[in-house]
Ligand binder design. Structure first.
Ligand SMILES: NC(=O)CC[C@H](N)C(=O)O
Length: 390
């Protein structure tokens, strides 16, 4: 039996559908993601906290869910909006159907939505606050609830989703989630670089990529004092992706300034990139509807080369506000917005998209090698190396 559900936007637009997760009511910012695969990774990406994510690909659930594709320990988005959940899943890795996965993870989700109409609306109007309510088609209370969400601007969510305790990520750590995965192929001693990763909402694939590039990682809570980080004597520090607005994260800006003063190699990813920009004196802005997808072309400023990237952000560093010691390294070919920075006088760089992808293309994976090269050249390195042509 179908359970009714309603999706309402704060401008009064209403979509009727059916519940495909648990019963309940959730509010958040409504955004759309255009990736054609990777719904499980999107659901568990902590950067989606307090967002109601619409997937534009019409069939969601074809390959079910499995224990390996989670990007964090649970579903992090506030609600899911889809066109259609097919009645049958088919994939050798599948352990449970999407609907069972959503229910097990306490997710409110709505199907039967004209996601094309919704996406066009968001593209024209800009991201809106919204509400999904199940067990009802009462549009009026859903609109009212949508209006109760204050919006992401000014919200520090990194402090909410970060790990409570530090932990180590090594070879084989990712298999903790899945008992029958392959044993690690080499030992920890084969990982020459020790990296501390500030967890503002880190995705597991960043950790996997770091291990692939010879790094053992200590993941620390977002508000860890720099003195504690320095006492671990890392070769470099990663500033992770994460949800919410970078501006209120004053603790992170302070820490990044101290890390720059210590001349530790830094690699900022998405929120981490925005925080690096802010710490250097640039400003961030809220975008109209942001970038969320797996096919976004970015151009490397120095060479004019184009790479296809995964994106998930609603804020951006304003290129006009970059101080003289910070150089633009990548720009979006969709709207010209800033996609990467490197510092001329410090071994530090940031990328606005997701070089770890998951889901998405691997064009930007070499940025992890750039980070390793920066660590190899020590505090004298400058973050100007470009992705080598292969
Ligand atoms: N993926 C991320 O790190 C997102 C960064 C930030 N929360 C934004 O929306 O812009």
């Amino acid at each position: 039996m179908d359970r009714p559900a309603v999706l309402a936007l704060d401008d009064g637009t209403v979509f009727q559908g059916r519940a495909v997760g648990i019963d309940g009511q959730v509010v958040g910012e409504v955004c759309f993601n255009t990736a054609m695969s990777g719904y499980q990774e999107i659901c568990t990406d902590p950067s989606y906290a307090r967002q109601l994510v619409t997937l534009t690909y019409p069939h969601i659930g074809n390959v079910g869910a499995n224990p390996l594709d989670d990007e964090s320990d649970s579903v992090k988005l506030a609600g899911l909006v889809v066109r259609d959940v097919p009645p049958r899943m088919s994939n050798w890795r599948a352990r449970e159907p999407l609907q069972a996965y959503l229910e097990r993870n306490n997710v409110v989700a709505i199907a039967g939505i004209d996601t094309r109409r919704l996406t066009r609306h968001l593209r024209e109007q800009g991201a809106r606050n919204g509400c999904i309510m199940t067990g009802t088609s009462d549009a009026r209370s859903a609109v009212e609830a949508a209006r109760s969400f204050p919006g992401l601007q000014g919200m520090d969510l990194a402090a909410v989703v970060t790990t409570r305790k530090p932990y180590e990520w090594r070879l084989g750590s990712w298999s903790l989630a899945c008992a029958d995965s392959e044993p690690p192929a080499c030992a920890d001693e084969d990982l020459p670089w020790h990296v501390v990763a500030y967890d503002y909402g880190i995705k597991r694939n960043i950790l996997r990529r770091l291990v692939d590039h010879g790094c053992r990682v200590t993941v620390v809570p977002a508000q860890t004092p720099v003195a504690e980080v320095l006492s671990l004597r890392p070769h470099g520090v990663v500033l992770s992706n994460g949800p919410g607005d970078p501006q209120p994260c004053g603790y992170a800006l302070e820490a990044i300034r101290e890390l720059l003063a210590a001349r530790l190699p830094l690699f900022g990813i998405c929120l981490g990139h925005q925080l690096l920009g802010l710490a250097c004196g640039a400003r961030t802005v809220k975008m109209k509807f942001g970038h969320h997808g797996a096919n976004h072309p970015v151009m490397e400023v120095a060479t004019g080369r184009v790479m296809i990237s995964t994106q998930n952000h609603g804020f951006a560093v304003d290129e006009q506000t970059l101080p003289a010691n910070v150089q633009a390294s990548y720009r979006s070919l969709f709207d010209g917005s800033l996609q990467g920075i490197h510092l001329r006088d410090h071994p530090a760089f940031g990328f606005q998209g997701h070089p770890e992808a998951s889901p998405g293309p691997h064009d930007l994976v070499p940025l992890f090698q750039n980070f390793v090269d920066l660590m190899a050249s020590g505090s004298h390195g400058l973050a100007t190396r470009r992705i080598e042509r292969r």
